[in-house]
Each structure stands twice: as structure tokens, then as C-alpha cells.
Design a protein around this ligand. Sequence first.
Ligand code: AMP
Ligand code: MG
Length: 417
Amino acid sequence: MVQNPGSPNSARSPNYTAAEARQAILGRLAPIGGWERVSVRSALGRVLAEDVIAPCNVPAHDNSAMDGYAVRHADLAAQGESVLTVVGTAFAGKPFSGIVGAGQAVRIMTGAPIPEGADTIVVQEVTRAAEGKVHIPAGQRAGQNLRRAGEDLALGGVALPAGKRCGPAELGLAASLGIAEVVVRRRLRVAFFSTGDELASIGKPLAPGEVYDSNRYTLFGALSRLGCDLIDMGVVRDDPQALETAFRDASANADVILTSGGVSVGEADFIRELVNRLGEVAFWKIDIKPGRPMAFGRVGDAWLFGLPGNPVAVLVTFYQFVQDALQALAGVSPLPEPSLFDVTCAERIRKQPGRREFMRGRLALVEGRQTVRLAGAQGSGVLRSMSEANCFIVLPEERGDVEAGETVQVQIFDGLV
Ligand code: AMP
Ligand code: MG
């Protein structure tokens, strides 16, 4: 049993596995309210707030799946060739308006409506046409090569379910139904800031001991891709008054507050006192590497995710915990399954059993097999290897060293659609 993550003022930091932390977060979140009606193009990346119901059949008419001849199956002889008279042509945009009578055929193109009277399409390749006739071999199946009206989508059926995030296929599908507008959920508003006295903003020279604030840029990228409305609150010093003002502002304006830094031992105590006064926040140690410390809870009416400061840990915790949480808040349902798949590891990887490790990997085809190797130095501050990687190598808690040739699981960075 894990301790209730939301319990306020908890003195100890509970230890969670990655799975427990995910579950504890997702178990508390419900989608935000609010919706708007937008044009199909503007729906790209948005989450449908209601089912899209098909107002017509797709395809609208029975039509041909192939180029060939529309015939009456009853006219075809069981043995030998049948010879039919070609009485016209049906194009996709220009149907044949007559009726196919006994002994007749209509030349038909892919997508053209099936002419009245015909019930079967014979593909052109098996036929022979000469002098207004077409010769058709035996062995044609009744109803073959036909696409039925409503086969893709039936009138009145759910074409796209509420909770779906619209990608290219969804825009096309809505358009295929003649739908010009859809109802989508309001965008999630996310306020984010970096904490740390050592942080310098880009564009200024670095003073001794300073580092550029990179986390706000990685988070900007990750959040933008999810289609959030962003409130970039800059860098906040490790100062109680400045932090309190930032948390109050953020919670008044956003659904979610995302911070980086200030959650490690020592710093956490100081922020803990502050945010527990403004809401209820638990500091967790999650058994992962990188990214062990993380805060989760509420500040005022907003959800708070306090990510670690290390640049790679920010991305690991974001992708393992925050991304799906934001999806759930944005109304995405069902959440996509985490897509892990097995590949061969090309090199030895050292690992202590105990924590779930997310290594930066480079997946490539080697002699026809997907093979992964480490993408450079794995320190939690080394963003370069994050950029060179195309996947996480995910090594579960109990796993020890990986030998070259063993199977490991990877999580790919980019999806196709
Ligand atoms: P913290 O979690 O605040 O102790 O930070 C852990 C490490 O991450 C320290 O080396 C910080 O300097 C670094 N760090 C924290 N915030 C940022 C940031 N916004 N950009 C780059 N590095 C950061
Ligand atoms: Mg710090």
C-alpha cells in the first residue's frame, strides 16, 4: 500500500514506483470543463468534446472497388466464357444513368456508383473486350469487388468518439462526412516557471556559477506539442516571497502549474511549507532514474507538478508522468497505452537493480533487425544525448546489467501520425 499522495503536510516523502506514481496521479484527475466549436482545420490537435455522428453513409453509394465491368451475376455461365454487350461507362464523378439489363455490362471505374441492375464487378485484367462486347471467364463470385454504402461509416453511427485528439486522419474523416465544424474542449492552460538563483536567461552573458535556463524551453516545446495554452512565467528566484507570488499568480490563471527545480532534498522543505499553505502538495521520491524527486498536488484550483531541475530529468518526468496527466485533464480518453516494444540491445549497459531507468537510446536497423545502443553520456544534465537519442531504453526496477545481444524495451520518441 502506498500512502495517499495528496495527504497534506506529510512529513515524509513516500517512495513510489513509476507505475504507482502514474496511477496515483491519473486516479485524481478529471477533464477540465469548457468547449468551443471550431472549423475542421482548426481542430487539428484538439480534443473532441462530443461524439461526431455520421450525417450520411460513407461511401454514400454502393461503388466499385476496382476498374472493370459491372455485370449481373446471373448472366454469367458457370463454365466457359460469357459474352456481354457493353452499354456504357460509369466514372467516379459521372455515374451510368441507365439500367444494366440481361446480357449487358457497363465499363466501370474505381469509385463509380454501381449502376442499377448490376451486382458484381469483374476486374478488367481478366476480361477481353472486342467490338462492343466483353468476354468474361467463369469463376466470378456474386457481389465481388463492391464497396457497400455505409461500409466505412453508417449514417447515424459514431464516426469519431468524444475524447479523441484530432490528427490528420480525423480531419479527413470529418471532411469525408461533409462536416465543417466540430465541438472541441477548451485548451488546457498551463503556467510554467523555472526556479533557481543560479539561472540566467538566454541572451545575457553568464556570470560565474550561473547556468542558462534551458528547462523553460524544453517545457515550452513539450507543452506546445500537446496544444496547451502557455503562460511562461520566466525564472523565479529561490526566495519565499517571489515563489509565493508566482504560485498565487499561476494558480489564479492556469489549470496546471509546472515548475522545474527546487524539489530536491533541502530545497523541497522550503517549497513544501509554502505550497502546503496554498494548497496540498506531496513530495515524492519515485524509484526512477533520472528524475527521482517530484512534487504533485494542488495549489488553489490548479494542479501542480514540481519537476526536478536537471534538464534530462525534466523531460523524463514530463514524458513518464505529466504528459498523460495533461492529456487526461485535456479530456483525452482513453489514454494511449504506453508503447514499449522489444528490441535487441547492441551493447552492455550497467544497471543496479532497484530503480526503473530511462536511458537515452538510438534505435537503428542493423541487418534487418531493430537494434538499440546508448546515445552518448547518460548524466541527468546531458541534454545533448537527449537530442541525439530517438528513444528511451526502459529498464525495469528488477533488472540488473544488460549484456550485448539481450532484449530490452524501448519507448520511441516520435509517433508517425
Ligand atoms: P535543483 O533540482 O533545483 O536542485 O536543480 C538540479 C540541477 O539542475 C542543478 O544543477 C541546477 O542548476 C539544474 N537546473 C535547475 N533548473 C534548471 C533550468 N531551468 N535550466 C537548466 N538547469 C537547471
Ligand atoms: Mg534549484
